[in-house]
Ligand binder design. Sequence first.
Ligand code: NAG
Ligand code: NAG
Ligand code: NAG
Ligand code: NAG
Ligand code: NAG
Ligand code: NAG
Ligand code: NAG
Ligand code: NAG
Ligand code: NAG
Ligand code: NAG
Length: 547
Amino acid sequence: MRFNAATLLSVLPTLWPCASARPSSSTRGTLQPRSASTGPYACSASSIPNPELFGAEITSLTAHEVHNYSTTGEAYAAGGVARNYTGLEFCQVNITYTHPGANDSVHVQVWLPLSGWNQRFLGTGGGGFTTGTMAPALAPAIANGYSAASTDGGHGIGVSASTWALLSLGNVDLHLLVDFASRSLHDMTVLGKAVTESFYGTAPQYSYWNGCSTGGRQGLMEAQRYANDYDGILATAPAINWHKFVTAEIWPQVVMHELGVYPDQCEFNAITAAAIEACDPLDGVTDSIIAATGLCNFDPHTLVGQPFTCDTDGTQRTYSSAAATIALETWNGAHTDNGTRLWYGLAPGSPLNGLANTNRTSNGTSYGVPFVISDEWIRLFVVKDPAFSTTNLTTAAFESIFRQSVQEYASIIGTDDPDLSAFRDAGGKMITWHGLADPLIPPNGTVDYYDRVVATDPEVMDYYRVFLAPGVGHCSGGPGPYPENALGALVDWVEQGVAPEELAATSPAVNGTVARRPLCPYPLVARWDGVGDWTEASSYECAASFV
Ligand SMILES: *[C@@H]1O[C@H](CO)[C@@H](O)[C@H](O)[C@H]1NC(C)=O
Ligand SMILES: *[C@@H]1O[C@H](CO)[C@@H](O)[C@H](O)[C@H]1NC(C)=O
Ligand SMILES: *[C@@H]1O[C@H](CO)[C@@H](O)[C@H](O)[C@H]1NC(C)=O
Ligand SMILES: *[C@@H]1O[C@H](CO)[C@@H](O)[C@H](O)[C@H]1NC(C)=O
Ligand SMILES: *[C@@H]1O[C@H](CO)[C@@H](O)[C@H](O)[C@H]1NC(C)=O
Ligand SMILES: *[C@@H]1O[C@H](CO)[C@@H](O)[C@H](O)[C@H]1NC(C)=O
Ligand SMILES: *[C@@H]1O[C@H](CO)[C@@H](O)[C@H](O)[C@H]1NC(C)=O
Ligand SMILES: *[C@@H]1O[C@H](CO)[C@@H](O)[C@H](O)[C@H]1NC(C)=O
Ligand SMILES: *[C@@H]1O[C@H](CO)[C@@H](O)[C@H](O)[C@H]1NC(C)=O
Ligand SMILES: *[C@@H]1O[C@H](CO)[C@@H](O)[C@H](O)[C@H]1NC(C)=O
């Protein structure tokens, strides 16, 4: 079924009748092998020739069988809960290569199931400043029958960029930044597909991307720059708009510095709880989750002077005006002195301890704790001085850093080009979902991007859909309903032509009860029917508004 997103974005007069079309999750056996290939296959460097890779020189390729392997997989790859994978049997291929002249050394691993390959290839992404995580991303993939690849982007595996960002004071290693931002992901895809074909003797029938956060940004980068790499892309909570949002993540720290006040985290926790209490019912369902974030106009200044219990030490305290201002600024997002928005803030109800983090020294002096990715981005890539402090930025200094980040890095790592026509024309399909209680990446950046894609192509719903997930945190976590099998929905779209009219989602159990609810393609929202059990998915339908 096709529908025009531009029309929906204005006003949808009738309900979207998706409840009747809801496929039962039991029929969605999409991750089963479609026709599993059988071995044995030769897992040795001599049987896997060095792939061709434009612009690169392969310096080593090794291969060996790995038996009975166990590791913990990424939570987002398994319905939001980190899972242990055991008994994995695969051929591990390691490739090291360089881009001559760039003096880099990039490591790629390709994991190939020894049996039960589902004839699909999966490219996996990273998080923070990690280009790829290797085992935690690869294990869930091969456990589901995919051959899969991960890359270290030439800078190793670690969330921090401090080991590689600067060649010297003032000089960013731009080659490694480009590897992290884009180049090494395309390389990995070319290598992963070629090794898969050499090993099984047949090319993958379909190729998919799965990543969250930095991995979500990398997925959108692939759609924007390398439209033929993937048939299907799952780009979750994407760190797109990197040049803007990562810089703007420091905003709550700027506000605290300007006020000279660093409230304890328990005051922010209490404000978050008060916001949830005030705005939870706006969608018609009282479930401790704010679904109607856009309708939430709660002003924490109404709390000032009232008592609250500090949840970390049990003391009775009084809400301060400073904490109210900081919370509101974190929700409203970074702006110039004259009020022009520079970037979006977090939705009310999201934990504030990621971006408005504080602590106290042993003598009781409170101080701000900037979010590490934002702090490193500003210090290492924008100011290019590891000794720079992001804890005492004025609004004027922040504004100038924001502008500098946009000027220098938009084209390298912005990943916000709304023109997806090449991906569309290649037949690609893409799904993004983003938690509305994400404490690190404002979901409105994803909404902003999608609105801009819609503006370039009103038929975007034919190949790209975004789902907002109320009460879900960054990639996982939070009390909200988590998509059960977004990758499966993508596979169905690519291989069966079944476009996802909703994503089935389940919340973590509260006192033994789980709640199920559909996630709807933006701009639709899950509207409760007003009578049914609010924990049952059948009590909701996708509609233009909550009421
Ligand atoms: C690939 O690299 C990893 C990490 O260095 C190592 O543990 C593994 O043994 C290597 N595998 C092969 C086939 O070289
Ligand atoms: C596989 O590894 C597990 C530990 O993870 C061990 O208990 C088991 O005996 C191993 N199985 C074989 C066949 O080696
Ligand atoms: C995974 O294994 C680790 C240690 O091997 C254990 O601490 C953890 O609880 C396990 N996680 C799950 C989800 O089973
Ligand atoms: C290349 O990188 C190595 C470290 O990986 C460094 O020791 C060497 O000086 C670099 N060479 C050039 C020409 O930059
Ligand atoms: C943020 O996104 C929500 C959900 O789509 C929307 O209701 C709200 O208006 C957006 N806010 C801004 C400032 O764009
Ligand atoms: C605020 O300043 C910016 C330039 O920094 C300007 O483009 C914008 O129009 C101003 N807005 C208002 C409301 O004065
Ligand atoms: C907060 O400060 C204490 C010492 O006062 C320290 O032990 C702790 O690690 C700090 N926590 C964070 C998150 O920085
Ligand atoms: C507490 O420690 C901080 C830094 O650790 C110092 O700047 C401040 O003067 C100390 N305050 C008191 C009252 O000792
Ligand atoms: C505050 O920032 C200035 C530069 O803007 C720097 O010189 C100073 O050392 C910083 N102060 C602290 C306490 O980090
Ligand atoms: C869960 O059970 C506890 C203890 O019975 C109760 O205090 C709490 O309110 C319950 N939570 C919900 C959401 O029902």
